[in-house]
Design a protein around this ligand. Structure first.
Ligand SMILES: Nc1ncnc2c1ncn2[C@@H]1O[C@H](COP(=O)(O)OP(=O)(O)OP(=O)(O)O)[C@@H](O)[C@H]1O
Ligand SMILES: [Mg+2]
Length: 144
């Protein structure tokens, strides 16, 4: 059975760019829909410091607009290859948000890179990719 709706997690990292390229090629070949999703993590508090709410809000706004920029770049890459993708910025924990998106939109394949922006070079598999493989209801393609 072929896949009909692909969702790729895009965080702007080199690894996620590779995942995007593969997802585009696959969507073309399968004549499938392509969804590109970027997840912004909420601000993480360091317990020792007081941070004014305005600064947190400012930080989150910046993160969202950074992700929107990544997604418009990703959209352009897909369009150049003849694919018209859906894009969405979500807020929360990346693996959880990607899973909810896939569930709610009827996606049948989740495509991600093996590493992202946060990881150490020595890590073979980042935590987002790892959690998706473990917990997603859909098949997961981890691009290397
Ligand atoms: N915030 C995000 N939004 C969308 N996709 C993401 C996000 N974070 C990760 N991904 C997807 O998951 C892939 C693997 O990233 P992952 O987060 O697992 O690795 P990492 O950042 O190197 O490690 P860690 O997050 O555990 O420090 C990325 O290539 C990308 O496809
Ligand atoms: Mg990460």
């Amino acid at each position: 059975m072929a896949f009909k709706k692909l969702v790729v997690g895009y965080d702007g990292s080199e690894s996620s760019q590779k995942a995007l390229e593969k997802a585009i090629a696959l969507a073309k070949e399968l004549n499938a829909e392509l969804h590109i999703v970027g997840v912004v993590r909420p601000f993480e508090f360091a317990a020792i410091d007081y941070i004014p709410p305005e600064e947190i809000e400012e930080y989150e706004k910046e993160e969202i607009s950074k992700e929107e920029k990544y997604l418009s770049e990703a959209k352009k890459i897909a369009e150049e290859k003849g694919i018209e993708p859906f894009t969405k910025v979500m807020e929360g924990e990346p693996a959880e948000e990607l899973m909810s998106y896939a569930d709610e939109n009827g996606c049948d394949l989740i495509v991600v890179g093996h590493r992202g922006v946060g990881g150490f070079k020595r890590m073979l598999l980042g935590s987002t990719a790892n959690n998706l493989v473990k917990y997603a209801n859909q098949s997961v393609l981890v691009v290397k």
